[in-house]
Design a protein around this ligand. Structure first.
Ligand code: ATP
Ligand code: MG
Length: 331
């Protein structure tokens, strides 16, 4: 019997993966794949909830994201990378869960609230968008996840998933669905290069794993620092200064960062010096990722997706079969 804990996680293919994904969840996935039964979902159906009119944006990124995964060290021998739309069982389970959640509960979900505000959707909330936490609960539970490595913004989704699990098990007098726990990376949330709270694909404020050196440099040079730090000798602010936030995460020598912070606050340390240091740090993360990407063939990517999707579907079918049985849909 396989006693490994099941790890389920994923990303929307609405753009390229970025450093927020890297520190927020990819590093955990790479570390944990050796001793967990791992499933990584490319959430193309979920990405439709905000990009339904531009499906190209999604479909063209499915292979790119797979390349991102393989380049950071996701090993297809250990992890199943699969495509959400190719597992129709998830959609069926979502429908069953829809009867267990109220509209007002979804409207209170903090992640949904933030995204509605960010996208100015207050007066035109689509049913599909509002229900995506329910769809996510189906993604997670249909594979019997124990652990879900995510960024901190996903906490409310896990809470909502576990509420659905408890309600389903209670109503249908069963224990077939499992509650799961969230595993947040050492950096809960990486801010955007523009100073916004979160680097994100849709806000266009992130350094992508596939960016070339010139783009990385440009992004770092435009990074938000302290708008009042105009001359080198001015005293600078460290709080909210994105270059320092990134140095805290990516610069190994923490004593050096602390000395730089002191110097910056006293005055006499220019932004360019800090940005050059950060550029080196980010390049040392991205260079091996770029090198690995170069070695991947299209065939490899297609095979990885086919194989991962086949494995995930088999498992999903078996869980859905149990769900249908407890409801009584076994005519
Ligand atoms: P979108 O703008 O399309 O929502 P996103 O950049 O927020 O894209 P998602 O695909 O929604 O990325 O997120 C996938 C996973 O990556 C989630 O677990 C999320 O918490 C994590 N993640 C995304 N951005 C960050 C970030 N800046 N810091 C930490 N984790 C992040
Ligand atoms: Mg997101």
């Amino acid at each position: 019997m396989n006693m490994k804990k099941v790890l389920v996680t994923g990303d929307r293919p609405s753009g390229k993966l970025h450093l927020g994904h890297y520190v927020g969840s990819l590093l955990n996935r790479v570390k944990m794949q050796a001793d967990h039964e791992t499933y990584i979902m490319i959430a193309d159906v979920q990405a439709l909830t905000d990009h339904f009119a531009t499906p190209d944006l999604i479909t063209k990124n499915v292979h790119e994201i797979t390349r991102d995964y393989l380049s950071v060290g996701i090993n297809p021998e250990l992890s199943n990378i699969y495509i959400q739309s190719q597992i129709p069982e998830i959609a069926e389970l979502t429908i069953y869960y829809m009867n267990l959640v109220t509209v007002s509960r979804l409207e209170r979900n903090p992640t949904i609230k933030t995204e509605i505000a960010q996208k100015n959707m207050e007066d035109s909330i689509l049913v599909g968008f509002l229900c995506y936490p329910i769809n996510q609960a189906a993604d997670i539970t249909i594979l019997g996840a124990d652990i879900v490595p995510t960024g901190e913004d996903q906490f409310p989704m896990i809470e909502q998933t576990n509420e659905i699990v408890r309600k389903f098990n209670r109503i249908y007098n069963t224990n077939i669905l499992k509650e799961c726990s969230c595993l947040v990376g050492s950096t809960g949330r990486l801010p955007g290069i523009d100073g916004k709270k979160k680097a994100s694909k849709s806000l266009g404020n992130a350094i992508s794993l596939a960016d070339d050196s010139t783009t990385v440099k440009e992004k770092i040079w435009n990074m938000f620092t302290d708008p009042n730090h105009l001359k080198v000798n001015d005293k600078g602010r460290v709080e909210g200064n994105v270059v320092f936030t990134y140095l805290d995460i990516f610069h190994e020598n923490k004593d050096e960062v602390s000395a730089l912070k002191d110097h910056y606050q006293k005055g006499g340390l220019g932004d360019v010096k800090l940005k050059s240091l950060l550029y080196e740090d980010i390049e040392s993360v991205l260079t091996p990722i770029r090198e690995k990407r170069q070695t991947l063939t299209n065939k490899q990517v297609i095979d990885v997706l086919q194989n991962g999707t086949q494995n995930a579907r088999k498992k999903a079918q078996s869980v859905l079969h149990s769900v249908r049985n407890v409801i009584g849909f076994n005519y």
